[in-house]
Design a protein around this ligand. Structure first.
Ligand code: KHC
Length: 417
C-alpha cells in the first residue's frame, strides 16, 4: 500500500452548508480580481470527492482497498468516525461543525474548552493504512513544531493529538478556506500578480524551510494551501494600512511528507502537480515540490489547472506543448519504456487527444496577459521552476531571491539586495 494511496482529489462537486459562515463566498459573483482581504476566520469549507481516481498512476487514490489491507469492512462502514455536533472528544474538544472531508477522513471545527479557542481536528478513518499515514503526519508535525519554535514559517501548527476509539485525531490551529476553494467560490477568477507574489513568498519560505530540514512535502497543490484568516486582519486593514493587507497562507497536509532518509514511494503528488521525473520513474527529491509549486502558481495566474490531464502520456505531451521537448537524456533513462519511441516521447500527434492538447495548451510565455515587468518576472521564475532537468531546476532558496520577490524585500528592508 503506497503512502499516497490515501490521497484525496476531491475538487469539483461541492456541498456548501447554508450557514451564515459561508456568506462571503455566497455573495460573490465574477469580479476582476479577488477580494481576499474580506476573508474572515469563520470562513469554512466542505468538500466532496470529484476526480475520484486521478491522483496516482495506479488509480488507487481512494484510499486502501480491502484486498490490499486484509481489513474486513462492514457494508456501510467507510471508516469515518460517527459524530454529531456537541460531541466532546477527550473531555475537551466540542465539535461545532464539519470543515472538510476526503479519502483520509474528516476535518471538524471544535472549541477547545480548556483554552477557549477554536481549533480544527482532523479525524482520520480507522483503517490501519490511514492510521499509518496519520502517524507519519504527526511525526512530521512534531518535527516542524520543534524546528520552528517561533512559528516563523507558514506550516500549520499541530496543537495536540489523541486517539478516540480507533480514530487518530490531530488537533490543528484553525485556518480559513484553501486557495483552491477560494478560486472555485470566485468562479475561477485568477489571483492578481500581487496576490500571487504575496502567497508564493510565504509558501516558498515554508517549503524551503522543510527542504533545509531534509523533508519533501510531495503533495503541494492549491487544496493544501489554506488562508489564515484572523479577525485582526480587518482591524489592521481599517486602521493601519492604506492598502489592504493581503491575507496570509499556510501549508497543510503532511501525510505524504518524506524525510531524505525514508523510503521514497515511486508515485507521489496529485496528478496535475506531478513532476516529470516522478512520471518517468527517475527518482525524486525536494525538487519535485518546486515543480508542483510552479504548477500551483500557474493555476493561480490562470484560474485553472495548467495540465488538465488524466493520463500520464497525455500529461507528458502537454508538458511538451507548454515547455518544449523533454530532453532526450531523461527519456533514455526512464524505466517506463512505453513512453518512449525512437528516443522521443511516444505520442501520436494525429490523435484526437492531441487536438485537445492543441486546443488547451500553448507555450508558457503565450499565457502572459500583459507584458508588464511584474509578469515578465513571474514568467521568468515559472520557467525556472518548470524545468525538466532537476539539476537545472531552481531551488526554493534561490527562488526566494528571484527579482519577482524584490518588491516584498523592499517592503521589509530599505534596500533590495
Ligand atoms: Cl480547516 C483545515 C485545517 Cl485548519 C487544517 C487542515 C483543514 N481542512 C478543512 C485541513 C484539512 C482540511 C486537511 C488537511 N491536512 C485536508 N482536507 C481538509 O478538508 C486534507 C486533504 N488535503 C486538503 C487538506
Amino acid at each position: 500500500m503506497g503512502k499516497n494511496d490515501h490521497r484525496d482529489s476531491w475538487r469539483g462537486v461541492n456541498t456548501f452548508k447554508s450557514d451564515s459562515k459561508f456568506g462571503i463566498f455566497k455573495q460573490r459573483t465574477q469580479q476582476p480580481t479577488l477580494d481576499i482581504c474580506k476573508l474572515s476566520k469563520n470562513t469554512s469549507l466542505q468538500l466532496e470527492s470529484a476526480y475520484s481516481d486521478d491522483n496516482n498512476l495506479s488509480g488507487a487514490d481512494n484510499g486502501p482497498k480491502e484486498s490490499q489491507q486484509g481489513e474486513i469492512r462492514q457494508n456501510n462502514d467507510d471508516g469515518n468516525m460517527n459524530y454529531h455536533t456537541g460531541l466532546v472528544l477527550e473531555d475537551r474538544y466540542e465539535i461545532l461543525s464539519t470543515l472538510g472531508e476526503g479519502a483520509f477522513g474528516k476535518v471538524v471545527e471544535c472549541i477547545d474548552k480548556h483554552r477557549s479557542q477554536r481549533v480544527a481536528v482532523k479525524i482520520v478513518k480507522k483503517f490501519e493504512s490511514f492510521c499509518k499515514v496519520a502517524r507519519s503526519e504527526i511525526a512530521v508535525l512534531e518535527e516542524i513544531n520543534s524546528l520552528d519554535d517561533d512559528n516563523r514559517f507558514a506550516c500549520v501548527r499541530m496543537l495536540d493529538w489523541f486517539k478516540h476509539k480507533a480514530h487518530i485525531c490531530i488537533v490543528l490551529e484553525l485556518l480559513g478556506p484553501s486557495t483552491f476553494e477560494f478560486l472555485r467560490e470566485n468562479n475561477f477568477v485568477p489571483f492578481s500578480v500581487e496576490q500571487i507574489r504575496h502567497i508564493a513568498y510565504q509558501i516558498f519560505r515554508a517549503v524551503s524551510f522543510l527542504h533545509r530540514n531534509k523533508l519533501t512535502h510531495t503533495d503541494l497543490k492549491p487544496e493544501n494551501i489554506l488562508f489564515v484568516s484572523c479577525d485582526c486582519d480587518r482591524e489592521c486593514n481599517q486602521q493601519m494600512h492604506k492598502k489592504p493587507r493581503l491575507p496570509d497562507v499556510k501549508v497543510v497536509d503532511f501525510g505524504a511528507a518524506t524525510f531524505d532518509h525514508q523510503h521514497h514511494e515511486t508515485l507521489v503528488s496529485t496528478r496535475h502537480y506531478r513532476a516529470p521525473e516522478v512520471i518517468l520513474d527517475l527518482g525524486w527529491d525536494q525538487s519535485c515540490d518546486v515543480w508542483s509549486l510552479g504548477c500551483v502558481l500557474m493555476e493561480y495566474y490562470l484560474g485553472q489547472t495548467l495540465f488538465p490531464s488524466h493520463d500520464c502520456r497525455e500529461h507528458l505531451a502537454m508538458m511538451e506543448k507548454v515547455l518544449g521537448s523533454i530532453p532526450s537524456h531523461l527519456l533514455k533513462q526512464t524505466r517506463k519504456k512505453h513512453f518512449v519511441k525512437n528516443e522521443l516521447l511516444n505520442w501520436d500527434k494525429t490523435s484526437p487527444s492531441d487536438d485537445d492538447i492543441q486546443k488547451h495548451c500553448q507555450p508558457l510565455r503565450l499565457y502572459m496577459r500583459t507584458n508588464s515587468d511584474d509578469e515578465k518576472q513571474l514568467f521568468d521564475l515559472l520557467g525556472c521552476m518548470l524545468e525538466y532537468d532537476v539539476s537545472k531546476r531552481i531551488t526554493l532558496e534561490e527562488a526566494l531571491w528571484h527579482p519577482f520577490f524584490c518588491p516584498l524585500r523592499k517592503q521589509q528592508q530599505p534596500q533590495c539586495s
